[in-house]
Write a protein that binds this ligand. Structure first.
Ligand code: NI
Length: 183
């Protein structure tokens, strides 16, 4: 099932998400739906809060970016109850977009390397280090679990410059190539 994407202004996107366990209802179907929705929207990551579920689950697939970032080859994963336990001091700036922020794209500075504790779709625990683009994608999706958006990191000037666009999004005066759910 393809879900509509909640956009900026929806209160669920500002909530801290809950940890889940294996007994979470219809979890495997939900993961399938996240994949299906993500591929339909040409996303490279999708977090459960973006479809209206405040739980610590996200999926990523870097396939669409492999041409520019070969290190993303094979980077397709499900993250359940992810926890970033280490962040490298070195930071990198690059532009980002988000399905919940249609029409906006901004430079974001993020950690180059992170260490993450997470469970996969079979609830097998992993403790893994991710670098560069992989680290960036995970940090972006992880922020959704924490009720954050990448635009939270922008300078006051950049924030002011996108204010009009944000207002349009919250009022539903925005177009996307995929189905969205306005606040
Ligand atoms: Ni996003």
């Amino acid at each position: 099932m393809i879900y509509p994407i909640l956009v900026y202004g929806h209160p669920i996107l500002r909530k801290k998400s809950e940890v889940i366990d294996k007994n979470y209802p219809n979890l495997s179907q939900l993961i399938e739906d996240l994949w299906e929705t993500m591929y339909k929207t040409d996303g490279i990551g999708l977090a459960a809060p973006q479809i209206g579920l405040s739980i610590r689950l996200f999926v990523v697939d870097g396939a669409l970016l492999v041409k520019d970032h070969p290190e993303l080859k094979g980077f397709k994963k499900v993250f359940i109850n992810a926890k970033i336990i280490e962040e490298d001091g070195e930071r990198v700036t690059q532009d980002e977009g988000c399905l919940s922020l249609p029409t906006i794209r901004e430079d974001v500075t993020r950690h180059k390397r992170i260490r993450v504790l997470y469970m996969d779709e079979n609830f097998v625990q992993h403790d893994e280090v991710f670098n560069d683009q992989r680290a960036r994608i995970i940090q972006h999706e992880y922020d959704h679990l924490e009720g954050k958006f990448y635009i939270d990191y922008l300078s006051p000037i950049r924030k002011r410059l996108i204010r009009g666009k944000l207002t349009s999004i919250t009022q539903g005066k925005v177009k996307a190539d995929y189905k969205i759910k306005i606040p």
